[in-house]
Design a protein. Structure first.
Length: 300
């Protein structure tokens, strides 16, 4: 019965809600679907979805076995039935054209909540099928439309399976394309942020390799503040490695044999993780590299 789908008002009483259905003098539950359709003609386009959601909520609260898919299916059934009857019986009347237009706009608005392709018209379905055929042809790199259409439409065995299989493949491809586009957009945004802070010219290592530079930063990492006798600097191994790789490189006249100008972030990071160069800070190596020591400034 239609009453289970829609919230009706009570006769001879004020409206509890502006979306309740029925006239003031008499309410007949048999005409609930008609009340629903007629109310659409009084709504603004911005009220279409709130109106739909209001009655959907009523339906779900009063039908424990109900679902939005079932509700939307019934709504589209009522809308299409009303459109057909108006076009057949009163096609040439101006009010008919206006109301068919309003129902079509309401139907179009419901596409926003349609997860099941219930709102697709026959024309929409044909366009989508043609689109799938073209996608299948592109995907298989074939130009024989007849072969694809015959497989899709005329095979007695397996045609539905063929269509569903390739439909799923194409939809998965489109999903991955969209995901890739999002990742590319995210990467481009990160590049813009990096360019905003990255130096135009890096500090050049013009003599020797980067080991002495590493030694300096490893010592800086463990420096204590002489006045507090506590650690002075703190950062993650990733940050220390980024500092070296982003701001230092080999100079033109001091390129390594592999012609690799950049200081590799991953290799440098291993030093700060303690995976490489553990002996670099050994006192015996102090003569090889720089040595940071406390000055007499704090003793004055």
């Amino acid at each position: 019965m239609d009453i289970k789908y829609f919230k009706l008002r009570k006769a001879w009483r004020p409206l509890n809600h502006k979306f309740d259905l029925g006239g003031f003098l008499k309410i007949n539950p048999v005409h609930a679907s008609g009340y629903f359709v007629m109310r659409i003609f009084t709504l603004k386009e911005t009220e279409y979805l709130p109106f739909y959601i209001y009655h959907l909520k009523y339906y779900l609260e009063n039908n424990t076995d109900g679902s939005e898919q079932a509700f939307l299916t019934k709504i589209i059934e009522y809308i299409d039935k009303d459109i057909r009857s108006r076009e057949i019986l009163h096609y040439y009347k101006t009010i008919t054209k206006t109301r068919v237009y309003n129902l079509s706009k309401f139907r179009e608005a419901l596409k926003q909540v349609d997860k099941w392709e219930i709102t697709l018209t026959n024309e929409d379905r044909i366009k989508k099928s043609v689109s799938y055929v073209q996608d299948i042809m592109d995907w298989q790199n074939v130009n024989d439309t007849r072969t694809v259409l015959s497989k899709l439409l005329f095979d007695e065995v397996g045609s539905d399976k063929f269509f569903i299989e390739y439909k799923n493949i194409i939809e998965e491809r489109d999903r991955l394309k969209a995901e890739l586009a999002d990742k590319i957009s995210e990467l481009n945004n990160q590049k813009k942020k990096y360019k905003a802070i990255a130096p135009k010219n890096k500090i050049q290592i013009i003599s020797g390799d980067h080991k002495p530079l590493l030694d300096l930063f490893l010592q800086m990492k463990d420096l204590e503040n002489p006045s507090t006798k506590r650690g002075y600097l703190h950062a993650s191994p990733d940050t220390w490695a980024s500092l070296l790789s982003n701001y230092f490189e080999y100079g033109d006249k001091n390129m390594p044999k592999d012609n690799q100008r950049e200081i590799i972030w991953g290799s440098v990071r291993d030093y700060f993780l303690g995976k490489s160069g553990i002996s670099m800070l050994n006192p015996d190596n102090r003569e090889k590299y720089f040595h940071i020591k406390e000055s007499n400034r704090y003793n004055r």
